[in-house]
Design a protein around this ligand. Structure first.
Ligand code: DAH
Length: 337
């Protein structure tokens, strides 16, 4: 009889329950009226009288043990249940985190802003939907200029004309019309052109426009400003070259070239074996443009420049397809820091 008590005691100590069903099995086996402990109580009458007291104490202790163990098992099952309910398994290894990154166009734009800000330029933005006057007329485009054709420009409405701006030079006009000189501002933004999409051209892209208008601003100021930009952006030994050109809104006008930062001279694929790469257009603001914005060209003069952000980004990172910038492929976008 006493061995039986010992053996049940051991079973109670070793009992486990992970589910409600296992808990119920335990209850039936040890606690219920038909359980093993109740059976032992029934055997009480068969115990010889001098050991009855000893047996009674052993049985009652066993009963308390069984009940205490039962309470513990209930707690255990409840706590595993609530863990399951919360859906959080704290023992799982963590999922590797994926953080976003800036778009390469934003990285280059921010860097350009930073370099020009240090030269005293502030940032101005203007509308992407413009009228003919801001996009063409005020900038001296002649009546019959090809850019004014439907096949080059996205018109939203004809007569009066409303269009998607084809360049950020429109923001020069916005600024000069709405505020008083001096101006020293850069104007980053998106522009639209009715172009067939290819590796080299897209129907939308980004430009940074620059405008400096004050008394006594000369071509030397333009050169110095862009020379500083080129060295900061492309590297300390970058050279700069101005090639005579034509834009309706500047006189004189010049294309801006920098020495090839890949081959440093002898020629490579990037510079098409010339040693130079073009990064934008520039010039002295045409006096007629100042007049169109009610600024006296006898008092004020200025320079302007415009650069394509995609072009500069493609040069800097040696990207050979402009479409990559708008395809949103994370494998491409996550390579830039
Ligand atoms: N607006 C010209 C373009 O889209 C770029 C440009 C050239 C801007 C010369 C300027 C400039 O301010 O002076 O091609």
């Amino acid at each position: 009889m006493f061995e039986k008590v010992e053996s049940i005691k051991k079973q109670i100590e070793e009992a486990v329950a992970n589910t409600k069903e296992e808990l119920e099995d335990y209850r039936l086996k040890f606690i219920s009226r038909k359980g093993v402990i109740s059976e032992l109580f029934a055997d009480f009458k068969n115990v010889e009288s001098k050991r009855k007291k000893e047996f009674g104490i052993a049985l009652n202790t066993l009963k308390t043990q069984a009940e205490n163990r039962f309470k513990k098992l209930i707690d255990q099952v409840n706590s595993t249940d609530s863990k399951r309910d919360s859906g959080i398994d704290l023992s799982l290894p963590p999922i590797p985190g994926q953080t976003g990154s800036l778009h390469p166009i934003s990285i280059v734009k921010n860097r350009m802003i930073q370099i020009f800000e240090r030269q005293g330029f502030n940032v101005t933005e203007g509308p992407e939907i413009e009228d003919d006057w801001h996009n063409f007329t005020a900038l001296n485009f002649p009546e019959n200029h090809p850019a004014r054709e439907m096949q080059d420009t996205y018109f939203i409405r004809k007569d009066p004309d409303l269009l998607l701006r084809t360049h950020t030079s429109t923001v020069q006009i916005q600024l000069m019309q709405n505020e008083n000189p001096p101006f020293r501002s850069i104007m980053p933004g998106r522009v639209y052109r009715n172009e067939a999409i290819s590796a080299r051209a897209h129907c939308f892209f980004h430009q940074v426009e620059g405008l400096y208008v004050d008394k006594n601003v000369g071509f030397k100021d333009l050169k110095q400003t862009l020379y500083h930009f080129a060295r900061e952006f492309f590297g300390k030994d970058t050279q700069i070259r101005f090639r005579p050109s034509f834009f309706p809104f500047t006189e004189p006008s010049a294309e801006i070239d920098i020495s090839c930062f890949i081959c440093h001279g002898p020629g490579c694929k990037i510079c098409k074996y010339t040693g130079w790469v073009e990064i934008g257009g520039s010039g002295m603001v045409d006096p007629d443009v100042l007049k169109n914005c009610n600024i006296d060209p006898d008092v004020y003069s200025g320079f302007a420049f415009g650069m394509g952000i995609e072009r500069i980004t493609m040069l800097k990172y040696q990207i050979d397809d402009i479409r990559l910038f708008s395809e949103n492929d994370v494998r491409f976008l996550s390579q830039f820091e």
